[in-house]
Structures are given as C-alpha cells and as structure tokens.
Design a protein around this ligand. Structure first.
Ligand code: NAD
Length: 440
C-alpha cells in the first residue's frame, strides 16, 4: 500500500497532549491536502484523535482549526493551485474556508482507544511510563492488528515496547521534537525486530512532512536525551558543588548563565530543564537509569519534584516556575532549596563569574550570522586562556558535553559524530555540535 493510501486512515493516541496536538495538526493538514486533490474528492479521510481527556480534545479541535486558518492564509497561492478546477471558489476567503473545513473534517476526536480500528498508521504520544504505554499498545493491537505503530517515546527502548506488547516488529521510534509542527528534527529508532516495511513507511512519512530524519540506535534515551540528560546532570552537579560556597540561588543562577552565554546556547541548562518539565526530566532519567549500566539519577531532581517544583509550560507557551521563575520570558527569580522559596536574581551575582570573553555575542545575535563559526572559535579560544570562575565552568561544560557526544558514538547509539551534532544543532538549536575542537 502506498503512503497516500495509508494516509486515509490514521490515528494519534494522546492527541490532546503537548506532542500529540502538534502531530495531529501536521497529519490533519497533510490528509486535508490529499482529500482536496481532484482524484480523491469524495473519499473518506479519517484521523482518529484519541485522548483520555475529553475537555482537552475540545481544546485540540480549536487549536487545529486556528492553526489551519493561519496556514491557509499563508499559502493561498498553493491552495488556489490545489483547487484550480473549482470554479465556484473565487475569493481568497472561500479558498481558505474550503481548506480549513477539510482540516476540521479530517479530525475525529474520541476518548475510546477502540477508535483506532481500521487505522493503517498509529502515532502514539501518551505519558512516558512503560507500564501505561505497554497496556495501551496491547489494547491498540487488539483493535488495529495490522496497524503500523509510531511511538514518540523520548527514552523507552522500542524493542522493549515491541516485546512487552507483542507488536511483532510493527513499531518504530518516530521521535518528534517539541513543538512538532515547527521543529524539523525527527529521530528515527529501529529496534532489532522492527520490520523493513515500517522502516520504509517512516522514511516516506518523514519526507512527506518535510522533516530532517536522523537515525538513532535503540538505546534508552537515544541521541537527543542521551546528550540532554547527561548534560543536565553535569549542570546539576556543578551547581550542587558551587552551592556549598555560594548558596543555592546564586549557584543555580551562575551555572544557568554560563551554560547560556559562555556556551552561546539559546537557553541555560536550568531554564531548559524547566521548559521540558523537571518531572518529565525525572521520567526520562528513570527510564535511562533502569536500562543503562550507568547511574543517571540526580538527587536534586528528586528533591525538586518532591517539593512540587516542577517547571513546565502554561497553555500559552510561557514557562512555569521551576529551578527559575520567569517574568516576560526571562529568568527573574531563583529557587532556594534552603528556604524553599524564590529569591530575586541579584545583579551582583555576575561578578562571581568574571567578565564575559571580549567581543562576546549572545546566541540570538549569532543564530543567523554566516560568520558564526569563526566567531565561536575565537570565543572559545579566549575562554581557554581565561582564569575566571565563569571560564572554568564553561571549559568543564564544553569538555563534558564532548565526552557525552563521543560516548554516544563509541557506544553505537549514534552512527557518527555528524548525527550527534545534527541532533543538537537541529533539535536543540545549538550553534555547534558537542563533538568539536573547542577548549581542548
Ligand atoms: P502530555 O502529558 O502533554 O500528553 C500526553 C497525553 O496523553 C495527554 O493528553 C493525556 O491525556 C493522554 N493520555 C495519557 N494516557 C492515555 C491513555 N491511556 N490513552 C489515551 N490518552 C492518554 O505529554 P507530552 O509531553 O506530549 O509527551 C508525550 C510523549 O512524547 C511522551 O512519550 C514523551 O516522552 C514524548 N516527548 C515529549 C516531548 C516534550 O518536549 N514534551 C518531546 C519529545 C517527545
């Protein structure tokens, strides 16, 4: 069966969640486009959007509708071509309505897992808990025995899900990054048991959705979280060490600042952990810890979760308080594990780090700069020769990140350094990959 045929009956499970809603939007738009092609008119297109949370499914429909309107307004030229034979559609607004109605029509919300019945492709994006995923897959398999399953898991080995749920190799890791409609990267993870047919389908879907596919070996955490979790643990350990002398708020602030500005990253490590969710970080850590021969837990994460300091995002995308608390999208306060409350960032804390390297430019100023390679080389060369606390923290960070990247290659998780660097530059928006020549 070709991809166009498979894209007539699809399901997303966990459709109303952060990732599921983005995946639903991407698929609904592609299926709506297909449904409007002259040769397909009259065919039924059905994207079952399944979630336990009925209210959230209502929100999903509104989100999909609003995003479809925005997309349609930007692609009226393409839509006119698609609907060229429809003499009845004259005004732009009619063309837009036709497309938005098609998107709305494609999405069939349901709270019943049985709604996967008949689906050829099933995308799963439910909570990152192995027993829950396994139980759900067993039910899905009963209702859709011939479906191909694409899991968005961030860390669970695909082979394990296959074995536990008895999917006969009909599953592949298709790891979108957040938010799926915007992020280009998808990590693709085949288990030893994954069939050639589903691997081919994953390649076709990735291409159709215009994603950059990077393969990862089926090792818990894969490439992206394989780097992120260990990089986070490095930051947590550096802050814990510094806190003995400086106290918690200042230590967390300093490591966050260094991992953003000294490292020229889009955000500091604690802001990133908050963005992902401290509890989500803990889920991923726990799965990796269970499946790898390496201790991957950090007591500060457990302590934060126990205290209800969880981070995460509000529905409008703004960050909830975690290690840091935010005002207008920027860190404004820091959590103090002693007093169990937040304190304002004190501008004198920067003095403890020392001056930034001369000629410093933040990530935002370099992201579209074609000469960034030269600038970064000179930035890290300056750091190599500096004797400040900030420079020392930065050197340790860069060297540790390189060790993690190299470990991912040496242990076979990534096929090569380019794949590790590609995941970090594409999925995490870093300006340079961890396997580099900086601060050697
Ligand atoms: P989320 O909590 O936002 O969404 C999960 C959704 O699944 C919720 O709407 C929930 O109601 C629904 N759900 C839970 N159990 C269900 C069940 N039994 N049947 C049907 N629906 C059920 O979670 P999320 O952050 O979107 O993560 C989903 C998956 O994607 C996880 O495996 C996660 O590791 C992975 N992932 C997350 C991110 C991220 O940045 N959030 C990035 C990449 C991958």
């Amino acid at each position: 069966m070709d991809l166009d045929s498979k894209l007539t009956t699809v399901a997303v499970v966990g459709a109303a969640g952060k990732m599921g809603s983005g995946i639903t939007l991407l698929l609904a738009q592609e299926m709506a486009r297909l449904s409007l092609l002259p040769e397909n008119r009259g065919k039924l297109y059905r994207l079952a959007a399944i979630d336990l949370d009925a209210d959230a499914l209502g929100g999903l429909q509104k989100y999909v509708h609003a995003q479809a309107v925005k997309s349609a307004e930007k692609m009226t030229v393409q839509l006119r071509q698609l609907l060229a034979d429809r003499a009845d559609l004259v005004e732009n607004s009619e063309i837009i309505d036709e497309y938005v109605n098609a998107v709305d029509r494609v999405v069939w919300p349901s709270t019943d897992l049985k709604a996967v019945e008949g689906a050829d492709l099933v995308f799963e994006a439910i909570v990152e808990k192995i027993p829950v995923k396994t139980a759900v897959y067993k039910q899905l398999k009963e209702s859709a025995p011939n479906a191909m399953f694409f899991t968005n898991t961030s860390s669970v080995p695909i082979g394990l899900l296959d074995k536990e749920a008895g999917l006969d190799g009909n599953i592949i890791g298709f790891h979108f990054y957040n938010p799926p409609p915007v992020q280009k990267l998808v990590e693709v993870i085949k288990a030893d048991s994954t069939t050639g047919e589903i691997s081919d389908a994953a390649a076709d879907i990735g291409k159709r959705l215009r994603k950059t596919l990077i393969p990862s070996h089926d090792v818990a955490g894969f490439i992206g979280n394989g780097h992120f979790i260990r990089d986070g643990i490095h930051g947590l350990s550096a802050a814990s060490e510094l806190a003995k002398k400086e106290g918690w708020p200042k230590a967390l602030y300093m490591v966050n600042r260094v991992s953003q500005d000294w490292l020229v990253r889009p955000m500091g490590i604690f802001q990133l952990i908050d963005y992902v969710g401290i509890d989500v970080f803990q889920f991923i850590q726990t799965v990796m810890d269970q499946h790898l021969d390496e201790s991957l837990r950090h007591e500060l994460i457990d302590r934060a979760v126990d205290l209800g300091v969880l981070g995460g995002q509000n529905p409008d995308g703004s960050q909830k308080p975690g290690f840091l608390d935010y005002a207008k999208g920027r860190p404004a306060r820091v959590y103090d594990f002693e007093t169990k409350g937040y304190v304002d960032i004190d501008s004198s804390w920067d003095e403890g780090l020392g001056e930034l390297p001369e000629g410093f430019k933040p990530w935002k100023a370099l992201v579209r700069d074609r000469g960034k390679g030269t600038h970064l080389a000179s930035h890290f060369e300056t750091i190599t020769g500096m004797d400040t606390v900030g420079a020392k923290l930065a050197r340790d960070y860069v060297q540790n990140s390189r060790r993690i990247g190299q470990h991912l290659v040496d242990s076979g998780v990534a096929a090569n350094a380019d794949d590790v660097n590609g995941v970090l530059t594409s999925g995490f928006f870093h300006l340079y990959g961890p396997i580099n020549d900086f601060c050697k």
